[in-house]
Design a protein around this ligand. Structure first.
Ligand code: GTP
Ligand code: MG
Length: 379
């Protein structure tokens, strides 16, 4: 380990050596010129200036980090008592190449006209909807085929239970299909394949299946374990089977949440709507989100002013697995952040201002670190 010398320490803290000497005298240490400091003494000096002293195993990672203290938000309990857990709806994300029929499939399930309402029929944003199948709720996230997955992941893949990969039987596997498969596998999600547009004369289901097998998704009829359905969102063919497959997989996963826990929800979309202000679509992960609930979401505080369900109706509360639009954010939240219920508005606000302050400090940190690193490379 290299010795800790006063000029180095001073430079790393953005001070002059005489400042450090003055501090040393104050704490009763009188080092001879060029005498290395003991680590605990260096730590004390760092502390005086609001830094944490750390010596790490690898020399090049050594650094001093500005201490950033943050009030903790209520944490999601790792394990909830079994009796408080209730079955929650599966969160199913529909992915696939542009125009392969993701929105049409969801549209068929919803028996509404989402597709025709979209600008140019291209999904511009993530849509979150619920479908009731045999008295069971299923939550669907529609995704744009052209979205890059990193963005998607922030938007919902980490809260996704099941991924539906949609492949148009006439087109076969395309670049975005591969992308979706790759990431769903990496994230270890349950995958169900919907081979769509089977009504078209140009459809070639066998070709799709062999392409799937080449990409590690061997369908059950070929001795693999990938569940699939040959569907047409246009005619409705086998669409009920697809829903049934989803329901079965959801049962296998035994998805549960505690509706009485502190409310927590993941932001999957946020925007400013004229007349409504800042709104965000969230999926409730645990607890029950109610109108009037104060919350923290990343660096921003808020209070639920109203909740709007996927059919555009105002509701009073949202249970686990439910997608809901929340109005009442102080600022536009970040997609991927989690909204967490706080005890009071005051607490939410004070945590928010601490976080904003912490962000400011973190932004300053790289400057310190660069300077420190330069110096250490000279030691
Ligand atoms: P993006 O959101 O842009 O990625 O597209 P998408 O995957 O959501 O596709 P969308 O549902 O918008 O459908 C694209 C086109 O395919 C539309 O013109 C649909 O009418 C058509 N389509 C969807 N499903 C079927 C189907 O089963 N059969 C036929 N023949 N056409 C379909
Ligand atoms: Mg779409």
């Amino acid at each position: 380990k290299p010795p800790i010398l006063v000029p180095d320490l001073a430079a790393r803290l953005g001070l002059k050596p005489f400042n450090i000497m003055a501090d040393l005298i104050k704490i009763g240490v009188f080092p001879a010129p060029n005498q290395p400091l003991e680590p605990d003494i260096a730590a004390k000096i760092c502390e005086i200036h609001g830094f944490t002293f750390e010596r790490e195993k690898r020399d090049k990672d050594k650094g001093f980090h500005k201490e950033v203290e943050v009030i903790k938000e209520p944490e999601a309990p790792k394990q909830e008592p079994e009796d408080l857990l209730k079955t929650r709806p599966p969160i199913v994300t529909i992915m696939g190449h542009v125009d392969h029929g993701k929105t049409s499939i969801l549209d068929y399930f919803r028996k509404s006209k989402v597709v025709s309402g979209e600008a140019g029929g291209i999904t511009q944003h993530i849509g979150a909807y619920q479908v009731i199948h045999n008295d069971q709720e299923i939550t669907f996230l529609d995704t744009p085929g052209h979205a890059i997955f990193s963005d998607m992941r922030a938007r919902g893949a980490d809260i996704t239970d099941i991924v539906i990969i949609v492949v148009a039987a006439n087109d076969g596997i395309m670049p975005q299909t591969l992308e979706a498969i790759k990431h769903a596998k990496k994230a270890k999600k349950t995958i169900i394949v919907a081979i769509n547009k089977c009504d078209l004369p140009s459809s070639n289901v066998d070709r799709v299946k062999s392409q799937l097998a080449e990409n590690g998704l061997q369908t059950t009829d070929f001795g693999g374990d990938t569940e699939f359905a040959e569907v047409s969102a246009l005619t409705g063919k086998n669409m009920e089977d697809l829903l049934e497959l989803i329901a079965l997989q959801a049962e296998v996963l035994e998805l549960k949440a505690n509706p009485k826990a502190t409310a927590r929800a993941a932001v999957i979309e946020a925007r400013v709507v004229p007349g409504r202000g800042t709104t965000a679509t969230v999926i409730v992960e645990s607890g029950t989100l109610k109108v009037g609930t104060p919350f923290i979401c990343g660096p921003y505080a808020g209070k639920v002013r109203s909740l709007i369900n996927d059919r555009g109706a105002a509701i009073k509360s949202a249970h686990p697995g439910m997608p809901v639009e929340v109005i009442g954010f102080e600022e536009l939240p970040n997609v991927g952040d989690h909204l967490t219920e706080m005890k009071s508005e005051r607490e939410a606000k004070s945590l928010a201002s601490e976080r904003q302050e912490a962000q400011r400090l973190v932004r300053l940190k790289p400057q310190h670190r660069n300077r420190m690193e330069d110096l250490y490379s000279m030691v």
